[in-house]
Design a protein around this ligand. Structure first.
Ligand SMILES: [Zn+2]
Ligand SMILES: [Zn+2]
Length: 332
């Protein structure tokens, strides 16, 4: 009975979001002419059922285990301190706790996401990047392991810092809904707020296979976190048009995608080693002497480009000699 109610809730949510987001995609398209219903839209609909019905259950169980472990580690009794927060955070006014929660949550979210672009975890995350025609429906195409880990890591770390568990639950729900908009085929960059709040254009650059946009824009909500770590990319009046993965041949079937990260490289096919820039040192735009002139830096960020312009660490002669080494594209 409970499952039936959940399925009904998903169908209602899908219907409501379809009306709203298909209208936005039709009125403000980023990629013009993209069909509202794609060849692989059926696949994405399956994820809309997998995530709330299965992944969320796994997340609840893992969260419960984490809470028990945290209680033991923090030597606390009863659930009250953890649900209401503790330490210096709990004594602050609600507005300040909220601001801190969003800022610290984004920092943790940034590095968790960037972590999934590294060699070992890339195959889990490649499933999310496998949509070649990005729209709102593809937002929930996330492997359960990717989904559980990327929600659990920030939640556990924030709970350990003393943030109330109830506030964390609200934060995760809000982020999930906002993420749906970020994937929509909508040409919104938020103008002067482009560096402050993540927009659909900001996150769609993260999904591009175009070389100058690879491994950029990891932040869940605040682009200035990417500015801080040298991975921001959102040139003015330029939009990404190609999406997907350059390196991982992700299957197009639902079961194939769920099993994909567990298959050996040989079985999974050619070129599945990892994220497009996995052997490249982190970008250093933030420390680049040229960027100390803030105005010039902003102009440089806004300029349309066909190649990376940020400073990149030199690649060694030995690495150059290796044919397999990619040309660095200013990312991790
Ligand atoms: Zn990613
Ligand atoms: Zn995404």
């Amino acid at each position: 009975m409970r499952t039936m109610i959940q399925i009904l809730g998903i169908l209602i949510a899908l219907a409501g979001l379809s009306v709203l987001l298909y209208a936005l995609e039709r009125l403000f398209p980023s990629v013009r002419g993209q069909p509202l219903w794609r060849r692989d839209s059926n696949l994405d609909v399956l994820y809309w059922f997998l995530t709330p019905l299965v992944t969320r259950t796994i997340l609840k169980i893992v969260s419960l285990v984490s809470v028990v472990v945290m209680f033991a580690a923090l030597d606390r009794q009863g659930a009250v301190p953890l649900t209401e927060g503790f330490g210096p955070v709990a004594s602050q006014p609600l507005w300040l706790v909220s601001v801190e929660l969003f800022l610290v949550g984004d920092l943790i979210g940034y590095w968790t996401h960037r972590w999934f672009h590294q060699r070992r975890l890339w195959k889990f995350h490649a499933v999310h990047h496998s949509s070649t025609r990005l729209d709102w429906l593809s937002a929930l195409r996330v492997h359960p392991v990717n989904d559980v880990v990327s929600k659990l890591v920030p939640a556990v770390l924030l709970a350990c810092l003393g943030f109330p568990v109830q506030a964390l639950a609200g934060y995760v729900v809000l982020l999930t809904f906002y993420t749906i908009l970020l994937h929509a085929n909508v040409d919104w960059s938020y103008g002067p707020l482009r560096y402050v709040v993540a927009s659909p254009v900001f996150h769609r650059w993260h999904h591009t296979t175009e070389e100058h946009g690879l491994n950029k824009n990891f932040a869940p909500l605040f682009p200035f976190v990417d500015l801080l770590f040298g991975t921001f990319f959102m040139p003015n009046r330029q939009r990404p048009e190609r999406f997907g993965t350059n390196t991982a041949e992700v299957p197009e079937t639902f079961l194939g995608q769920l099993l994909f990260p567990f298959r050996t490289n040989k079985a999974a096919g050619r070129g599945v080693a990892g994220s497009p820039a996995l052997d490249v040192a982190p970008a250093t735009c933030f420390l680049d002497p040229e960027t100390r002139n803030v105005r010039a830096w902003i102009e440089k960020l806004d300029a349309p480009r066909s190649a990376p312009t940020c400073h990149r660490p030199p690649i060694s002669r030995k690495a150059r000699a290796k044919k397999s080494v990619r040309v660095p594209v200013e990312a991790d």
